[in-house]
Design a protein around this ligand. Structure first.
Ligand code: ATP
Ligand code: MG
Length: 230
């Protein structure tokens, strides 16, 4: 088992092929220190999601090593790894059930107070209490009760509640109104605080929140810098 981690992520000369002879990553080496946030940018197919796939160990590298706090991911159990990683994906996952249950997902022992505290911290509480049944409002997987931005905030509250050391965000490109956008940016700051995070960023405002920006190009790390430098 992977013991409780600080959250230092390291890729060491990582090479990866989904299909033999067609490299998706070529010689990627990088380190994220505990608490640091790293944003990945680059055109479609450049390898951004692949890096995340390797950190969550959906795949193992073809060559090279991925490690967390010095532990080679090949040597740890999937369960002990994944319970320390929070993932907020592009297509925000909402299931049929109450808002409360959607936030509680993954931390079944959470109390109503803890759920509300997480929702308040990411600015979701205000819109939730305005829904017909507040936290008990039933939502549908693909239903229209929630806007895209609201779904995003619910998934942030869920991630905050589970309090992982490592946070992965594959940001949605869908357009969101300015007011919700501001809330999301504020919420993101709260969510990133004290965690190592990998952000696949599409919004400039998200990129600004990152400590380090990595430009991917055809599976290679092309540039590394910060918002001011790039
Ligand atoms: P996007 O911005 O479109 O999400 P990305 O930077 O996340 O792109 P990846 O998904 O990492 O790109 O893809 C890197 C390369 O690997 C691409 O050439 C892609 O076609 C290929 N690829 C990705 N997933 C698979 C898969 N499951 N099987 C085979 N090839 C894949
Ligand atoms: Mg992707």
């Amino acid at each position: 088992d992977l013991p409780p981690i600080q959250g230092r992520i390291q890729l060491d000369r990582v090479h990866f092929e989904y299909e033999p002879g067609r490299p998706a990553l070529r010689g990627v080496s990088l380190t994220a220190e505990p608490g640091q946030s790293v944003a990945f940018v680059g055109h479609t197919g450049s390898g951004k999601s692949t890096i995340i796939n390797l950190i969550c160990r959906f795949y193992d590298p073809t060559e090279g090593k991925v490690s967390i706090d010095g532990y080679d991911l090949r040597d740890v159990t999937l369960n002990s790894l994944r319970k320390q990683i929070g993932i907020v994906l592009q297509d925000t996952f909402i299931f049929s059930g109450s808002i409360r249950d959607n936030i509680r997902f993954g931390k079944l022992e959470a109390t109503d107070e803890e759920i509300e505290r997480a929702a308040k911290a990411v600015h979701a509480h205000d819109f939730i209490v305005k829904l017909p049944n507040g936290y008990d409002t039933e939502v549908e997987e693909r239903g229209s009760v929630l806007s895209m931005g609201q779904r995003q905030l619910i998934s942030f509250a869920r991630a905050l509640l589970s309090d992982p050391r490592i946070l992965i965000l594959d940001e949605a490109t869908a357009s969101i109104d300015t007011e919700t956008e501001l809330k999301i940016q504020e919420a993101l700051k709260t969510l990133l605080a004290g965690r190592t995070s990998f952000l696949i960023a599409h919004r400039l405002s998200t990129i600004r929140n990152a400590d380090k920006i990595i430009v991917m190009d055809h599976g290679v790390m092309k540039e590394e810098g910060n918002h001011a430098g790039l």
